[in-house]
Write a protein that binds this ligand. Structure first.
Ligand code: RUQ
Ligand code: CUA
Length: 631
């Protein structure tokens, strides 16, 4: 778009009496009425225009808003990142399994309650996925796995903060994570990847026969583990269907090995399909055991079970992606150049006893190229698969692949495009929902090599934006990104922008325990700034309002356990304060109308300055105070 064009479209907006920003602002106020309607945020004509300009021009002019949210994992950084698409601008980071010095995640009492007191400091977050209702994103939660510590987390979309983290019993690592689409989320499906002896009590290293892995369903509303299923092999990625009946997982290591050469032996591994109704019935009927200290019901879904279906597929399959038309699930071959397309309909028939062999559920097995890892969809019947070894994104047509499998001579490959370099996941706009719109594809590439200025031996990754609205894929943007986004989802802004809060609600459960503590101390957080001593425990309550803290000094004694509680009484959007206490490893964010608290031992006699870390006012640098630790 030339500058003149931009000028024109700005004028356009103004002639209608509102700039787009103002328009979006007004509709956000009126948002309650349009929530959940998908295109409800913009009027139809506005939507069409925004869509058109943005689809043929990925640049978003200064001051304009993106059409999509990108919700990206941060891999072994342990966090989630929120981007705008198509600009690929990073907005914020949401600390989850990591410690974050900007916001105080892992430092504040509020975050420690969510993480657990002695939680590991690291995490490996691969798969962030949003809750759904009837196969549409519903903007309530984002769920994500921790491969490093066998945990899962939930992020509240209204505040974009992690609100629950739980440890999954009996598994050392959770890898694949997806949500139940229908009727709603509902279950969060979690794949236990590494196999360990169960119970893992120190008696067994050398008998892999006793090693096992589990598939877990968590109730996304309560964050309680509902049930687990014992399986053969190692679970990798998974997905739910569009009817609420099944979940499917790719599953490698049918060899039950524990070494690389052992893993690679068999020509075929599996896709495992979990029959949710049968599993629930088995649990209800008491046909389960428990393992170790865990009370979670564990049903047996190994070969021969009525609860599961093992479909042989070539070879160490990886990605597992359900098509948005609700008909199929696609397993990427990884070590085989193929993807396997499985029909949910035929899965139905198999469980009803109408098919002979598990392989009869397969309807296509297109040959795509080397190292297929993950598949995305455009809602027009095409699939896009990443080819790790070929360093390509291949577009192929599902219906044609099915015809080819039936023996017809058709070319199902539509387009192959080089990506830079070695893609892992990809994702298309709204592509894991019924609303797949076929506008954008992102290829999350593991290697950047020569694409950016050199920055030492550690390179960024390269997230590439691809326009898929036309016949051929068109690369439009290179996005350098700090390691390592594994996966991401692209969510239309209509699903989220009316649901996010601008300032905190004083009744938010996020800091409710701190509020309750203050109440016991007789403190009104919105107005009181006071020190309460309770033996060697000292609670320091203060307000913050730009540019002053409610207390500009306070005294404690050496050895006291001090809890500082700061309440931001400013009611202004974007006016965040910080509280950083020098020399004590303390820094935290206090958003408008929020309360944050931190506890430390005052073990260094002397004067210690505390100061505000968020630029909040012309006198922000003066927003500070002193703590005296008496000798
Ligand atoms: S995985 S690069 Cu952890 Cu999603 Cu496939
Ligand atoms: Cu408050 Cu800077």
């Amino acid at each position: 778009m030339s500058n003149d064009d931009k000028q024109d479209s700005n004028n356009d907006d103004q002639q209608e009496g509102l700039t787009r920003r103002e328009f979006l602002g007004t509709s956000a106020l009126a948002g309650a009425a349009s929530v959940g309607l998908g295109t409800g945020v913009l009027g139809i004509s506005q939507m069409a225009r925004a869509g058109e300009t943005e689809a043929d021009n990925h640049e978003v002019a200064p001051g304009d808003l993106d059409e999509y949210y990108g919700i990206w994992s941060g891999g072994h950084s342990g966090e989630v990142r929120i981007l705008g698409l198509p600009s690929m601008r990073e907005f914020i980071r949401i600390p989850v399994f990591n410690v974050d010095c900007t916001t105080g995640w892992g430092i504040t009492n509020e975050s420690k309650r969510i993480r657990g007191e002695n939680a590991p400091l690291n995490g490996d977050l691969h798969h962030p996925h949003m809750s759904m209702t009837d196969g549409h994103y519903d903007g309530r939660y984002i769920f994500a796995n921790d491969k490093a510590n066998g945990r899962i987390a939930r992020i509240r979309c209204d505040i974009m903060k992690t609100d629950r983290i739980i440890k999954i019993p009996n598994v050392p690592a959770i890898h694949g994570l997806r949500v139940q689409r229908v009727p709603k989320t509902g279950y969060v499906f979690c794949n236990g990847e590494f196999r360990v002896p169960l119970p893992n009590d120190g008696h067994n290293l050398d008998d892999p026969e006793k090693y096992q892995s589990l598939f877990t369903a968590v109730d996304g509303d309560t964050m309680e583990v509902a049930w687990q299923v014992l399986v053969d092999g190692n679970l990798d990625n998974n997905d739910g269907d569009y009817s609420g009946k099944y979940a499917a997982s790719t599953c490698y290591n049918s060899e039950n090995a524990v070494t690389l050469s052992g893993f690679m032996h068999n020509e075929r591994d599996w896709v495992v399909v979990f029959n949710i109704a049968r599993i629930e019935a088995a649990v209800k009927a008491g046909n389960y055991k428990t393992i170790g200290d865990s009370k979670v019901p564990v049903v047996d879904g190994r070969h021969g079970s009525r609860l599961t279906l093992y479909i042989p597929v070539p070879k160490s399959p990886h990605g597992c992606n359900a098509t948005p038309d609700g008909k199929y699930v696609v397993a990427a071959g990884k070590l085989s150049p193929t993807c396997t397309v499985i029909s949910w309909d035929k899965v139905d028939k198999w469980f009803a006893g109408k098919l002979k062999k598990p392989r009869d559920t397969v309807v296509a097995e297109p040959e795509l190229g080397l190292g297929p890892l993950h598949t995305a969809f455009d809602g027009r019947g095409n699939a896009y698969t990443t080819l790790f070894i070929d360093s390509q994104s291949v577009k192929w047509n599902i219906a044609d692949a099915i015809r080819a499998y039936q023996g017809e001579k058709v070319n199902y490959i539509r387009d192959k495009m080089d990506v830079q370099y070695q893609p892992g996941h990809n994702h298309s706009s709204m592509g894991e929902t019924r609303d797949a719109d076929g506008k954008w594809l992102v290829s999350l590439n593991k290697f950047a090599k020569d694409r950016f200025l050199p920055v030492g031996p550690l390179h960024p990754d390269n997230d590439q934006l691809i326009d898929i609205s036309g016949k051929r894929q068109k690369l439009v943007h290179d996005g350098a990104v700090f390691s390592e986004p594994h996966d991401g989802i692209i969510v239309h802004r209509s699903k989220l922008m009316n649901k996010t809060l601008k300032i905190w609600d004083r009744k938010d459960p996020f800091f409710a325990e701190t509020v309750a503590m203050a109440r016991k101390d007789g403190i009104t957080l919105e107005s009181d700034s006071k020190v309460i001593r309770d033996g060697k425990r000292v609670r320091v309550y203060m307000t913050s309002s730009a540019p002053v803290f409610g207390l500009t000094s306070f005294k404690v004694k050496r050895g006291d356990e001090v809890t500082v509680v700061v309440t931001n009484i400013d009611k202004i959007e974007d006016l965040t304060h910080g509280f950083c206490l020098t020399g004590h490893g303390v820094n935290m964010e206090i958003g408008p109308q929020a309360t944050s608290s931190v506890t430390f031992i005052a073990d260094q006699p002397g004067v210690h300055w505390y100061y505000c870390t968020w630029f909040c006012h012309a006198l922000h640098l003066e927003m500070r105070g002193r703590m005296l630790v008496e000798a």
